[in-house]
Design a protein around this ligand. Sequence first.
Ligand code: MRU
Length: 365
Amino acid sequence: MSDNPATLIGSSTELRSIDWVDGAVELIDQTALPEELVVLRIDDVAELVDAIRRLAVRGAPSIGVAGAFGVALAVRIYLPDEPGEFAQAMLSLRNARPTAVNLGRAVDRAASRVSAGFGAVLAEAFRIRDEEIAACWAMGKRGADLLEELSGARPQRLMTICNTGGLAAVERGTALGVIATMFERGQLEEALPVETRPLLQGSRLTTWELSRKGAPFRLLVDSAGPFLLARQSIDAVLIGADRVAANGDTANKVGSYALALGADRASVPFIVVALESSIDLDTPTGDDIEIEDRGAAEVVGFRGLAFAPPGTPALNPAFDVTPVDLITALVTERRVVRFDQGEALTPWPLKNGENGIDNGNGGGI
Ligand code: MRU
């Protein structure tokens, strides 16, 4: 543990959830927030995998960067003498969580530089980190422009789920990055985060980030979301994504689908804000996305408090899938895809390796 949170937090309101500092991975322990701001210092692959699994570091873009730094750790620890241990470390990093495509993609991308040595792997991890940060700033502007186009340049009420801010995306954020941009433009009447059972990323983390920025918000219980969409003037729902399938179906934190149904019924725009590297054209539809089940313990209690009798069986899907016909638009760092206007998710011409997609020919896909 580091007693110097300033390495990641700095003095500005833009925090950084994870970085490589003096030869080790440092990350904000998101399980300790909002009560405590703890920075973990990790120089071991198993410890990093554990941090990803227990959501000390979480959010698709942040776990992608964690995976890439993990490859650098594994190269330093296991190569050249223990190739079997190295292969095992790659597997455990890739499989730490199954739904976010960014994790496996970033691990593979960093691992593609292994033959060039530790320095090259670390440089690739830094490139992934820097691309994600730049993408978040670009998405923020693009998403805020879209909101202005949809509802006019005026203060808006924006509902969101889970945490999609700097904690989830290394810096700035995806959906919450759009909300931050709206705030900075003087166009945020209020943010309406839902608390996000069972691990409360909305109430513990999103409110913490919004408070640090001084942005106006009110917290909702998850089940109030669809009703308030029906009854109040809410301008849009904004969510992030763990994986966007080729047809546009989107996996994100469980509860997103209910908000999409409520938004559709109330004719409120429902907007997905995600990195290009969260788009998985190899997965045809949402039905093909693996949804992580995190087990009963998180449903029947939280931090030692029991919500249900001992032994209560429970289902705990960590994500759900919103079908594309409920999604107004997808905003990425490069484009806005208006599903509501019949646009489809076409492959974007990427350079080889850029945004985590290795198309093998250095050109378009
Ligand atoms: O289980 P979590 O907290 O990792 O889930 C995170 C989300 O669902 C986010 O919305 C998603 O990763 C996009 S983050 C910018």
